[in-house]
Unconditional design. Structure first.
Length: 71
């Protein structure tokens, strides 16, 4: 090994990295950039829309009834 002809070990050759795969939102199709958005597969706006879609809880109302005997 000389300084003019450096020899690299097998497996340590730097290969050109493949370009990152384009990940798009599953709802709207826009490209995702953030790590969390890419993991979820949903953009921030679409995740917020899904959180709002849950069914609203019905309002509580008191039921008038007679007291149970023996209590």
């Amino acid at each position: 090994m000389t300084a003019e002809d450096p020899t690299t070990l097998p497996g340590l050759v730097e290969e050109p990295s493949a370009p990152r795969r384009r990940v798009t939102c599953r709802m709207c199709g826009r490209p995702l950039r953030g790590r969390e958005a890419r993991l979820w597969g949903l953009g921030d706006e679409c995740r917020a829309k899904l959180a709002v879609r849950s069914a609203p809880r019905p309002p509580a109302h008191d039921v008038e009834q007679e007291t149970l005997p023996g209590i």
